[in-house]
Design a protein around this ligand. Structure first.
Ligand code: IDP
Ligand code: MG
Length: 142
């Protein structure tokens, strides 16, 4: 399996609940390494740029408001098959549909406040990583 990088964001709900450590533990126990971190508080405009792919969808404005409602922890995860592995650990977008034991099943309250973001492809991972990080911010173990 290829070694990949992917972007994870611990969203304002999960940062506010103080479960950052539990979420990172799940990544590390499943073979992903944190190679860059940034705790930041996005403006609504910045959240809108990050989620530009969803512009025009009915949930876009609520999504931007929620993602700018408090601090988020952006991280780059690295490991074998990191993009799909992170999505598996996250669980389904709607926590009601998330498999037991996933981050969203355990920590998400609703489809809006759903604890984590994860890139959905290697191509989007590269774009999303560059939104938050410069190459010098990332420190690979490999
Ligand atoms: P993902 O986060 O699982 O990749 P996306 O479809 O990329 O899901 O949507 C981005 C975010 O927008 C979701 O995590 C969720 O917070 C929000 N979202 C997606 N679909 C809906 C919806 O139907 N209603 C409300 N919020 C939604
Ligand atoms: Mg997505």
């Amino acid at each position: 399996m290829p070694v990949q990088r992917t972007l994870s964001i611990i969203k304002p709900d999960a940062v506010g609940k103080n479960v950052v450590g539990d979420i990172i533990r799940r990544f590390e126990e499943n073979g992903l390494s944190v190679i860059g971190t940034r705790l930041t508080h996005l403006s609504a405009a910045e959240a809108g740029r990050f989620y530009a792919v969803h512009e025009g969808r009915p949930f876009y404005n609520d999504l931007c408001a929620f993602m700018s409602s408090g601090p988020v922890l952006a991280m780059v995860l690295e490991g074998q098959n990191a993009v799909v592995l992170n999505r598996q650990l996250m669980g389904a977008t709607n926590p009601k549909e998330a498999e037991a034991g996933t981050i969203r099943a355990d920590h998400a309250d609703s489809i809006d406040a759903n604890a984590v973001h994860g890139s959905d492809s290697e191509e989007n991972a590269a774009i999303e990583i560059s939104f938050f990080f410069a190459a010098l911010d990332l420190h690979s173990r490999g």
